[in-house]
Design a binder for this molecule. Structure first.
Ligand code: GDP
Ligand code: IMO
Ligand code: MG
Length: 425
């Protein structure tokens, strides 16, 4: 068997959590491959709303195995809070949630370092989620990290060494902090974590695949936040792209099957950094209000703009997307016209590829304008009900991106999901 990968193609918050939940009944296993509690994946069903940060979005569908892979960074305190909230609402996690021993631990001092580095950057700050993501991945790559498997041997000693090193840096940055409360919650989280199945997830996944089980790999963030290919340095610190599923789970490249790329019918971004199609006018405000564009983790207002097909084409290429999924179509239900960016103008020259530098003020989007469908799509059940203008928008995107749109989402609820019939189905 091969694994299928589902990932965001924009700057995150595309609706990955909702679609993973919808697709989970078709799989035996759901596995997160990167990121950490910087993610906020929202799921809505049966009148309830849940936000997942580190736990895979397959956790609500029956008895499927959910795996937190080696590429994930885990904060035990936040994990405990997230898992206990799910357990309190009647979801038994311990039997079904497996955690890689190779996943790295976010320490309280990583969170402090995240804040200290952001403060030191002043106006150039990234606008991180403040969860310690960058410093934890930095320690991983510089071979100083603590891993989940370290819990089992000599943990206190390893913790003390890492903490002392972090405190030295914090001191050199003149960063004042209070650690005791954070540490207390963290060590409670460590004890809690010990109750879970800590596994060699690369062995587990490959064994499951060899025994005919199907696996869906869940990405966090989005391709434009990838540390190599995103809008660097305004990115996260992991590989959010499809290849991240290989390194973040121990799955070989030739085991990748379908790659589901998710995008919003428009575009959003939270935090600092360039965003070529950002709208600063009332249209941007309207998209934000209708789409409830506020961060699931930080509550920050998301910046809104039109769809950027130059960036999307780039993401489709980097990720090898085989099927597209369009989210939040309903947010555009009342618009007279809809714009799509098909090229960038840089110093008077038009380009249709994603360049090295997309910094603000230097680049102007070139738009195509399409008629809006001006129809409430939120109760639609099948593609037969789609308005003509909506079908025209889908065809335009498919032609531009060269990949079919398989699923269309018309509202936040699990039920508001429409699968399209494709010729090669
Ligand atoms: P993720 O991080 O990619 O899982 O996405 P988030 O959960 O951060 O953000 C997506 C938001 O859009 C959530 O509040 C979802 O409930 C909501 N959502 C998902 N799909 C749709 C949709 O088709 N229409 C509308 N209106 N909201 C949606
Ligand atoms: P999901 O999985 C949107 C952004 C932050 C910041 C940058 C770096 O819900 O789509 P970090 O804390 O990772 O060092 O922050 O990345 N960011 C996200 N934006 N959705 C996310 O996750 C994000 N995770 C990080 O806002 O700009
Ligand atoms: Mg999110």
């Amino acid at each position: 068997m091969k694994v299928d990968v589902l990932l965001g193609l924009q700057w995150g918050d595309e609706g990955k959590g909702k679609v993973v939940d919808v697709l989970t009944p078709r799989y035996d296993v759901v596995a997160r491959f990167q990121g950490g509690p910087n993610a906020g994946h929202t799921l809505e069903f049966e009148g309830q709303k849940y936000v997942l940060r580190s736990i895979p979005s397959g956790i609500f569908q029956g008895d499927k195995i959910n795996i937190i892979g080696n590429g994930v960074v885990l904060d035990p305190a936040l994990f405990k809070a997230e898992a206990e909230a799910l357990e309190a609402s009647g979801h038994d996690l311990k039997a079904r949630l497996h955690i890689s021993k190779k996943a790295h631990l976010i320490m309280p001092t990583h969170r402090l370092l995240d804040a200290a580095y952001e403060a030191a950057k002043g106006d150039a700050k990234v606008g991180t989620t403040g969860k310690g993501i960058g410093p934890t991945y930095t320690d991983k790559v510089s071979r100083n990290g603590l891993r989940v498997g370290d819990l089992l041997h000599d943990f206190d000693k390893k913790y003390a060494i890492a903490k002392a090193r972090h405190e030295q840096i914090l001191k050199s940055l003149n960063f004042s902090y209070e650690l005791s409360e954070l540490e207390k919650a963290w060590f409670e989280g460590i004890e809690y974590l010990k109750q879970f199945q800590l596994v060699d997830s690369e062995h587990e996944i490959n064994y499951l695949l060899a025994s005919g089980k199907s696996v869906l790999c869940e990405g966090a963030q989005g391709t434009m936040l990838d540390v190599d290919f995103g809008s660097y340095p305004y990115v996260t610190s992991s590989n959010t792209i499809c290849a991240g599923a290989c390194t973040g789970l121990g799955v070989a490249p030739n085991k990748i099957g379908e790659v589901y790329g998710i995008f919003k019918a428009y575009c959003t971004r939270v935090g600092a950094g360039p965003f070529p199609t950002e709208l600063f006018d009332e249209t941007g405000e309207k998209i934000g209000a209708l789409g409830h564009e506020f961060g699931a983790v930080t509550g920050r207002k998301r910046r809104c703009g039109w769809i950027d097909l130059v960036a999307l084409k780039y993401a489709v290429m980097i990720d090898g997307v085989t099927k597209l999924i369009m989210m939040k179509s309903d947010v555009l239900d009342t618009f007279e016209t809809i714009k799509a960016c098909v090229a960038y103008k840089i110093d008077g020259e038009e380009i249709d590829y994603f360049p090295f530098d997309i910094k603000e003020g230097h680049l102007e989007p070139v738009y195509v304008e399409l008629p809006g469908w001006k129809t409430d799509m939120t109760k639609m059940q099948s593609e037969d009900e789609f308005p003509e203008e909506f079908n025209a928008y889908l065809s335009f995107l498919e032609e531009q991106l060269g990949v079919p749109i398989k699923i269309v989402s018309v509202g936040p609820d699990r039920e508001q999901t429409i699968e399209r019939y494709l010729e090669d189905d």
